[in-house]
Ligand binder design. Structure first.
Ligand code: FEO
Length: 166
C-alpha cells in the first residue's frame, strides 16, 4: 500500500502533465500566430503527448486500487518574445518535470513500493528523450537564427511530427 505522501506525489503528477499540455498548447498558439505552422504542429503533438503522460498516471493509480484526484492549475505563460525563448522555456520545463519524476521515484524507493518504482522507469527513459528533443531544437534555432530560410526549413520538418501512443 503506497503512503499518503507517495499518493499525493502521483496525483500531483497528473496535474503537472496536464499543465505541460496547456503550456505547450500556448506555445503552439504563439507559433501559429507567426504562421509557423510546422512549429505549431510540433507543440500540438507535444501537448497530446503530455495528456498521454497524464493518463498513464491516472490509469496507474486506478490499477493499484487508488482513486485519481483531479485538481486545477494556474494559467500557463501565453506570450513569448521569440522561438528561442519558446525552446529555452520548453527545455527548462522538461528539466523541471524530470526533477518531479525523480522525486516521486525517491519516495517510492524509500517505501519499497516496487509497482511505482517499475512504473516510473518508463518516465525516467522518456524524460531523457524529452530533454534531448528540446535541447537539440534549441541548438538548431540558435544555429539558424530567427526569421531565416533555416527557420522555414525547420518549420517544414516539424510539420511532419505526429503523436502516436506506440
Ligand atoms: Fe510529460 Fe514532457 O514530460
Amino acid at each position: 500500500m503506497p503512503s499518503q505522501k507517495l499518493l499525493e506525489k502521483l496525483n500531483e503528477q497528473i496535474k503537472h502533465e496536464f499543465f505541460s499540455a496547456h503550456y505547450y498548447l500556448a506555445m503552439a498558439s504563439y507559433c501559429s500566430e507567426k504562421s509557423l505552422d510546422g512549429f505549431a504542429n510540433f507543440f500540438i503533438a507535444q501537448a497530446e503527448e503530455e495528456r498521454f503522460h497524464a493518463m498513464k498516471f491516472f490509469d496507474f493509480l486506478t490499477e493499484i486500487g487508488q482513486r485519481p484526484l483531479i485538481t486545477g492549475f494556474d494559467d500557463p505563460k501565453t506570450d513569448f518574445s521569440s522561438l528561442q525563448e519558446v525552446f529555452e522555456l520548453s527545455l527548462e520545463h522538461e528539466q523541471l518535470v524530470t526533477g518531479l519524476i525523480n522525486s516521486i521515484l525517491e519516495v517510492a524507493q524509500e517505501e519499497n513500493h516496487y509497482p511505482t518504482v517499475s512504473f516510473l522507469q518508463w518516465f525516467i527513459d522518456e524524460q531523457v528523450e524529452e530533454e534531448a528533443t528540446m535541447s537539440q531544437l534549441l541548438d538548431k534555432i540558435k544555429m539558424v537564427g530567427e526569421n531565416s530560410p533555416g527557420t522555414l526549413f525547420l518549420d517544414g520538418e516539424l510539420g511532419k511530427r505526429k503523436f502516436s501512443a506506440e
